[in-house]
Write a protein that binds this ligand. Structure first.
Ligand code: ADP
Ligand code: ADP
Length: 233
């Protein structure tokens, strides 16, 4: 579902590449974790999947990244929007409407989904994420964990085959983080969604992963393995 063939990304003016020699093969319906300390290129790797790199952040991408067979360099992010849903680090910056229900509908509106389908998918997503009781609430009045679930829901209504999340639990307390991780696990198991998630604390999330990509240092090729293999490293 996601392939990296010898990918190197170098930002303009940088002496060293932010990402170097990355080869990856992530099958459909797996949860893949991207771990490593701050500044090693986790967001850059995620951005190469969603198309933010190079289209919105700049940077020179060598090699090839494909998602569901589409080359992310030759497709603009909006041409990938039906395949890849992206949730950034800060859910608040993600929101474009006021209420939970409007936010869930927004992505579909911009893709021209029919009104009946939109209504059905909003209901289905409210149920899936446990947000039904919050549907009319202003997003600003919700807790961090609830906001993160709304951010995830707003991309899920599009039914993306791939969900990309940049440290979705980093701002959450342990309880709220568990809530979000449980949602992701359900997506993978029940819907066969492929999830690519960056995280800097391996212990917290490793139990949920099928594959782990460890970026040890900036510009150093990743170590890739199963959670059991990586815990032994
Ligand atoms: P991480 O997500 O692991 O913290 P990033 O991918 O954000 O790492 O950053 C990797 C390196 O690339 C860092 O040195 C960062 O400063 C640099 N970088 C990230 N985004 C940009 C950008 N848009 N322009 C220039 N340099 C960037
Ligand atoms: P439509 O595609 O017309 O909206 P449905 O809402 O009935 O039709 O969804 C079609 C199928 O997609 C159902 O089997 C449903 O379980 C599944 N589905 C629901 N949510 C998601 C999702 N977030 N991603 C992918 N498939 C999903």
């Amino acid at each position: 579902m996601i392939r990296f063939d010898d990918v190197t990304v170098t930002y303009e003016g940088a002496a060293e590449p932010a990402l170097s020699g990355v080869g990856l093969d992530i099958p459909e319906g797996e949860l893949c974790l991207v771990v490593g300390p701050s500044g090693v290129g986790k967001s850059t790797l995620l951005g190469a999947v969603s198309g933010l790199v190079p289209h919105f952040t700049g940077g020179l991408l060598h090699g090839r990244v494909t998602v569901a067979g589409r080359d992310t360099r030759t497709h603009r992010p909006r041409e990938l929007a039906d395949v890849v849903g992206t949730v950034g680090q800060d859910p608040l910056s993600h929101f474009v409407t006021d209420t939970v229900e409007d936010e869930l509908a927004y992505g579909m509106e911009s893709l021209g989904v029919a009104p009946d389908t939109m209504r059905r998918r909003v209901e289905e997503t409210l149920d899936l994420l446990g947000l039904a009781e919050l549907r009319d609430r202003p997003i600003a009045s919700l807790s961090g964990g609830q906001q993160q679930r709304v951010a995830i829901g707003s991309v899920l209504t599009v039914h993306p085959r791939v969900l990309v999340l940049d440290e979705p639990t980093s701002a959450l307390d342990p309880g709220a983080a568990e809530e979000v991780l449980a949602v992701l696990q359900r997506l993978v198991h029940d819907l066969g969604t492929t999830v690519l998630m960056a995280e800097h604390r391996l212990e917290r999330v490793v139990q949920y992963a099928d594959q782990v990509v460890l970026l040890p240092a900036p510009g150093v090729p990743p170590v890739v393995g199963t959670p059991a293999e990586m815990m032994a490293v």
